[in-house]
Design a protein around this ligand. Structure first.
Ligand code: COA
Length: 175
């Protein structure tokens, strides 16, 4: 079993963008430009988080970008440095963003993921997301459908994934 990395999860800042862009380009077929991230940082309803190594805070190893609108959270971007995948970084980022969403009364989470991206689908399924539909030709320039996934963050889900994990999140989470 892989050892989970000790992390700090913090709000993304403009000065984080060079490191974020390196991971973005190594992770996505159609990477976001710097201006996309910069714009997300200005949106009041956006939550943009980075994961840093606890032992080397300058080293960013992943990030997540979501929107909180009414009682819904939409996940737009999530990526982890290829050098540290399968060490729990993606799940920590996801659960931290969902925890923040729950504190602001979000109850449903939604996302789209490429049909061939089985790693990401597996990650989402492990915390309870379920496929809810298929969107043909969803991506510009990539002839591939998107799988829609959704998660109801009901009391049972919250107590399993947020409260029960509060122990390991305490003291490691700074946002
Ligand atoms: C998808 C991604 C974010 C996962 O990040 P990660 O830090 O490696 O994921 P975690 O270590 O938190 O994985 C948690 C669980 O998800 C599942 N999972 C993650 N990656 C997997 C893979 N490559 N194959 C199968 N299952 C996988 C496993 O169940 C894993 O638990 P385990 O390692 O104990 O078996 C990462 O692979 C990535 O950045 N991919 C490229 C960008 C991307 O696809 N983003 C999502 C767009 S919707």
């Amino acid at each position: 079993m892989s050892v989970h990395l000790p992390l700090l999860i913090e709000p993304m800042q403009l000065e984080d963008l060079p490191a974020v862009l390196d991971i973005e380009r190594a992770s996505h077929v159609d990477p976001w430009k710097e201006s996309f991230f910069a714009e997300e940082l200005t949106r009041p309803h956006a939550v943009n988080l980075v994961a840093r190594l606890r032992d080397d805070r300058r080293r960013i190893v992943g990030y997540i970008c979501v929107w909180l609108v009414a009682d819904e959270v939409q996940i737009f971007n999530l990526a982890v440095d290829p050098a540290v995948r399968r060490r729990g970084v993606g799940r920590r980022l996801l659960l931290t963003a969902l925890q923040k969403a729950c504190t602001q009364n979000a109850r449903m989470a939604f996302l789209e993921v490429r049909r061939s991206n089985l790693a990401a689908q597996k990650l989402y399924e492990t915390i309870g997301f379920r496929p809810s539909g298929l969107r043909p030709d969803y991506y510009d320039g990539i002839r591939e459908p998107a799988v829609l996934m959704e998660l109801e963050m009901d009391r049972g889900w919250r107590s399993r994934w947020l409260l029960s994990e509060a122990g390991w999140m305490d003291g490691e989470r700074s946002c």
